[in-house]
Design a protein around this ligand. Sequence first.
Ligand SMILES: [Zn+2]
Length: 403
Amino acid sequence: MKYAIVIPDGCADEPQDSLGGKTPLQAAHKPNMDRLARVGIVGRANNVPASLTPASDVATLSLFGYDPLEVYTGRAPLETAAMGLNLGPEDWAIRCNLVTVENEKMRDFTAGHINNADGRGLILDVQEKLGGPAGDGGRLEFHPGVSYRNILIYRAAGKPPFTVQTRTQPPHDIPDQPIAGHLPQGPGSDLLQGLMQRSREVLGAHPVNQARRQRGERPATQIWLWGQGRAPHMRPFAEVYGKGGAIISAVDLVRGVGILLGWTRIDVPGATGYLDTDFAAKGRYAVEALQKHDLVCVHVEAPDEASHEGKADAKVRALEEIDRHIVGPLVEALPKYGDWRIFVSPDHRTPLRTRAHAHGAVPFVLAGTGINPAGQAAYDEMVAAASPLVFDRGHELMRRFLE
Ligand SMILES: [Zn+2]
């Protein structure tokens, strides 16, 4: 049996006035996903336990069949794994966004989707000025990642200053809001707040930012620290579920979860993690990966990014591209290997109304060998809401998919 998983990140939404009262999934022309709904089952699953923040880190663990309440330690350690960086047992990884704060408000959690070269230059200077001894025996390492997504590692010498009580705020969840009420709190927050404050001096008049302003691009005015955690302990997917897997994603976080499960990471040229990603290339690589792997998972960030930007039409377009260039080719290729199954589901909801991630069930469609049709007409939130197939603990869906 061959298995494929397609994740349109954050696609689950609400009816939109601008889409004639339809959700983006309903408004999108997506013949392949709708055909899967007719030959398979549409249901809904909750991938984010109420006590955890709704985001791709927690929700991806659920989608891949792991209980976040058992294995989740924070977002940054997952990304750190994808970047090939190792964490010692007492070390902490912390996400270090480059952001644009204007008039003390979070104007842009991506610093204008800063390009890799600019981001790297800024983070290397942050490392030079703020990296090194943390003052408590530990050491600080700033590592450049992709675009605005960088990592700070706290290498512990004695007892680290952070605990599970340390609270930080994802910057994408406070668009255009004053930052004052959202700074780190709890154990170790002095260190984090101090670094964020001091980064303003390092970055404020930086030549990279001056050039960005001149080009009309948003400057990275400071770093924003969040998503901290220690290295998670996860049993390999092959041990838990008996299948080998491969992950295709432009997002370090999602790749990192795959890598920690023991999946093969497949890099696709032209995959950007943004609206301009090369959907067709992802589809081609996914089809090719079926030759070697039992299970191939393709994650596409574009619908989530469209939601964060409040663009309903871009969200619809991203879903149509995913349907045409990824779901379509996979559904065509899978039966060539004999028995097969496919599963399409977002990780979490990202309503256009709030432009932020949200708790709540997401619609999924499951189809293939041995799955009897449930008589549903389309893949969308309304069909899912009426479905009797519900997984309140989203990670239990993986077993149903593979059985
Ligand atoms: Zn998001």
